[in-house]
Each structure stands twice: as C-alpha cells, then as structure tokens.
Design a protein around this ligand. Structure first.
Ligand code: CA
Length: 255
C-alpha cells in the first residue's frame, strides 16, 4: 500500500476504473465517496491488494452503478451529494440487492451505526480509519461469500457425499459411516484425482502432526473401502504404492 495520496483522479467525479496488477481480478469493489483524496487513496490500496475498483462521486451515480454492475462489495460514504449513503442503501436493499455494503463514514455515533446496520449494511467503519483495518474487513466479508458458496454435496461417479446431512450414498444406497470415516471420505473426495499422502490424511482428518505408532490411516482406509466398494461396482479408491491414496472414477489409473 502506498503511503501517499494520489496526485490526481483524471475523470473526477465521473467513474474511474483501474485494472489490478495481481491478486483476484474477479472481485469488484465500488467506492461511493465524494471526497476525491479519500476515494483515490482507498482505490490505490485496493488495487495494490488485487481488486478491480470503480469510484462514484455522488449517491445517484453510485446507485445506478451498483444496480447495473456485478460488484462484490460497496464501500459507502454517508454524506454525499445527490442522495446520501443511507438513502442509497435503502433503495438498494428495497430492490432486493444483497451486495455487501461497508459504510465508511465520519458519522460514528452509536445511533449512526445502528441506523446503517438496520438499513442493511454489513459493516461500519468510522473515519479516520486505518487502511489495514478496511482491507481486513473487506476480506472478512469476502470470506462469508466463500462460506455461502461451499457445495452441498460432493460427487465421484455414483458415490455421493451429502455435506448438509453428513450422509454418503453409492448407487443411491446409503452407506453407514463412522465420523472418522466420513471425514476421511470427504477429504478424499475434495481431493479427487489427486494423490493424498498418509501424512496429509493424518493432518486433515485427525489433526496429527506426527505419525502414530499404529497404522491408523491404513485401518480406516481399509474399512472405508469395504463400505464404499461393492463387487458389482467399479473401484474408486486406489492405493498408490509408496505415495498414498487417490479417489477417482478413472478406472485406467494404475496402482
Ligand atoms: Ca462525504
């Protein structure tokens, strides 16, 4: 993050757009802020963090952009020309838009914060602010998205793991799994087509950072294999000698 404010924002107060040099260019952020140095400062930092950033210099422009472009996050000032930030937020939510909104305002009283959150803001940060805190809060909001997008089930061939109800099925028949077997199967299915080592399994399924003296992994893999593989079904779980295990529906894999 550069420590200095940008010297100019060429098309102010029109929209300015910039492309990040690295990071996740699919994450788009709209800054609705009428104070040019603040908007430019935030944009610079977010660009360096890898985001695609637009700026709107007044409330109406911000509302139109937020409606028409697929933003992941809005950073919203309250005191704005045109319509203020709270009115923008109210209109946005009344149209059913659930884009994350982080209010960034000099209005920092408890009642200001409560009003913002009641209108549907996801977070509220008071000016003056530290950029590191703004970035941390943005990352926190994005993590919520990732949580919401986690799959409800995993599928390999006719093997299905229902993550919501913690149940497994092969060819439509439920498989009775113990908790550790469920965790082991989930780890193998998440890593389908990749070899996972015994060490990785111990770390992810049991939380061990050491090798126990027992053949814990081998025993559980053996039990799991008996449960998920029937004689009339193609084999899915392979032992890769000297390496570990791989779950896949590709029967051509040699052991
Ligand atoms: Ca303002």
């Amino acid at each position: 993050m550069a420590g200095s404010l940008p010297t100019s924002v060429s098309s102010w107060p029109l929209i300015t757009r910039a492309t990040p040099m690295s990071g996740n260019p699919s994450t788009r952020i709209l800054i609705v802020e009428d104070e040019e140095p603040i908007a430019g400062f935030i944009r610079q930092g977010l660009m360096e963090a890898g985001f695609v950033v637009d700026i709107a210099g007044d409330g109406l422009r911000g509302f139109e952009l937020a409606k028409s472009e697929p933003y992941n996050i809005l950073i919203l000032d309250i005191m704005l020309p045109g319509i203020d930030g709270l009115e923008l937020l109210r209109r946005l939510r009344s149209t059913g838009m659930n884009t994350h909104v982080l209010i960034l305002s000099a209005k920092g009283s408890v009642s200001d914060r409560v009003t913002g959150l009641q209108l549907g803001a996801d977070d509220y940060l008071t000016k003056p602010f530290a950029f590191a805190e703004l970035l941390a809060r943005i990352q926190s909001l994005l993590r919520r998205d990732r949580g919401a997008q986690e799959p409800l089930s995993l599928v390999v061939s006719d093997l299905i793991l229902d993550l919501l109800n913690r149940k497994a099925f092969r060819g439509g028949e439920e498989i009775d799994l113990q908790p550790q077997e469920y965790s082991l199967l989930k780890y193998l299915m998440v890593n389908r087509g990749r070899v996972v080592t015994r060490t990785q399994i111990l770390q992810h399924v049991w939380g061990y950072n050491f090798h126990p003296s027992t053949n814990l992994v081998e025993v559980h893999v053996c039990r799991l294999r008996e449960k998920i593989e029937r004689s009339d079904k193609p084999k899915l779980l392979r032992t890769i000698r000297g390496a570990g295990y791989m779950l896949n529906d590709d029967v051509q894999i040699s052991e």
